[in-house]
Design a binder for this molecule. Structure first.
Ligand SMILES: NC(=O)c1ccc[n+]([C@@H]2O[C@H](COP(=O)([O-])OP(=O)(O)OC[C@H]3O[C@@H](n4cnc5c(N)ncnc54)[C@H](O)[C@@H]3O)[C@@H](O)[C@H]2O)c1
Length: 348
């Protein structure tokens, strides 16, 4: 049987753990999987592009489990009442191919993306970072702000979005969820970035935007670039990368999708797993500028699905659904149809 976890189940998991504790658990699961990076069969995600967005499939596996995520990115969706990003995913048993878990991943993607940002910032941002600029105040933004506040000690966030209503929504949520977090509303990206130790860009626009330019950088800054995650969709001016040490998830994917797509093929980057395993240097000194060019990698969803499964089992959540026929004789698939109740249209 396959266990189904819906958005309601994930909301219950968040309520039972508390978001800060769940984010911390997510970081632990991510770090555990990134540290055994060579054990995974990896590829860049498969993307189907249209003029208005993208639909992607993100597979990864180790010797025991296979996972994939279906996810879209449609920046104009909010104008028709839909989220920019929607997702679901599957965990499957490699030994038999049985899909064991089918789960919502829209809420979960926001949690795993914020946790991935924290995992990177733990080794790339200065330890004394207290102020974060947050540019782009949409669906992902609360998760980023709360993760950096609770897990990394960020005490002040400086908000900017071209949509004032989005900033109102974010400020109201943060006031309720984290009263100790100082929230400053800013008039522009440059205003938000001034004095920040960490800059998180999480905007959505299917264009080569230049949200952050090199003149906004200050020595020792860490840039957490989350929104530039598709060919033709960037947030950082090329000079921001040129002046910084740049860290990525899976280099072959980020070369195509990240802000890195603007740079020559031989521009040096470091994969994050190498820093986490001590094979490569993270931040070199207090004056270096670092960039995490985040695009979202399949292994993060594998970790997230593992965590969802463990939380659901602890809380007794999820229902077993007949996604795959249960057969008395595995060679008799047709027999499953014989005697199945005939669906009747209900009288009005
Ligand atoms: N790296 C990852 O793993 C990962 C994961 C999830 C989402 N994302 C990306 O993050 C981005 C944000 O996702 P979301 O779900 O929050 O989208 P959203 O549409 O809910 O919010 C995006 C916000 O960006 C704002 N914005 C657009 N252009 C701007 C500009 N020039 N300056 C300031 N603000 C601007 C919009 O007004 C909107 O409020 C998307 O591009 C998405 O693809 C990346």
């Amino acid at each position: 049987m396959t266990t189904l976890l819906t958005t309601h189940d994930v909301a219950r998991i968040v309520a039972a753990n508390g978001l800060p504790a769940l984010l911390a658990r997510m970081v632990d699961y991510l770090e555990a999987d990134f540290r055994r990076w060579p054990e995974f069969d990896k590829c860049a995600r498969v993307a189907s592009h249209s003029d208005v967005g993208v639909i992607e499939l993100m597979p990864v596996s180790d010797a025991r489990e296979y996972s994939f995520k279906y996810v879209n990115g449609h920046p104009k969706n909010t104008q028709v009442g839909l989220p920019t990003v929607m997702a679901f995913g599957v965990l499957a048993d490699v030994a038999t191919g049985t899909p064991t878990l089918l789960a919502e991943l829209t809420l979960t993607t926001a949690i795993r993306t914020a946790a991935t940002s924290v995992m990177a910032a733990k080794v790339l941002a200065r330890n004394d970072s207290k102020v974060m600029a947050l540019v782009g105040n949409g669906a992902q933004s609360e998760f980023q702000a709360l993760a950096f506040h609770h897990l990394l000690g960020i005490a002040e966030v400086r908000l900017f979005d071209v949509d004032i209503d989005a900033t109102d929504k974010l400020a109201a949520h943060l006031a309720a969820a984290a009263p100790a977090l100082r929230v400053e509303r800013c008039a522009s990206t440059a205003d938000a970035v001034r004095g920040a130790d960490i800059v998180t860009t999480v905007t959505a626009d299917k264009t080569n935007a230049t949200i952050l330019t090199a003149d906004m950088l200050a020595p020792g800054m860490h840039v957490n670039g989350v929104g530039g995650d598709c060919p033709g969709k960037t947030e950082l001016h090329a000079d921001v990368l040129a002046r910084s040490a740049v860290f990525v998830e899976f280099e072959p994917q980020t070369r195509i999708e990240g802000d890195l797509q603007q740079m020559p093929a031989d521009f040096a980057v470091t994969e994050l797993w190498r820093v986490l395993t001590g094979q490569a240097e993270g931040r070199r000194d207090a004056r270096q500028t670092t960039v995490f060019d985040s695009v979202g990698f399949a292994l993060e969803d594998y970790s997230a699905l593992r965590l969802l499964r463990d939380c659901a089992s602890e809380l007794g959540l999820g229902v077993d659904v007949g996604l795959i026929p249960q057969l008395a004789d595995p060679k008799d698939l047709y027999g499953h149809l014989v005697g199945a109740p005939v669906a009747r249209r209900r009288a009005a």
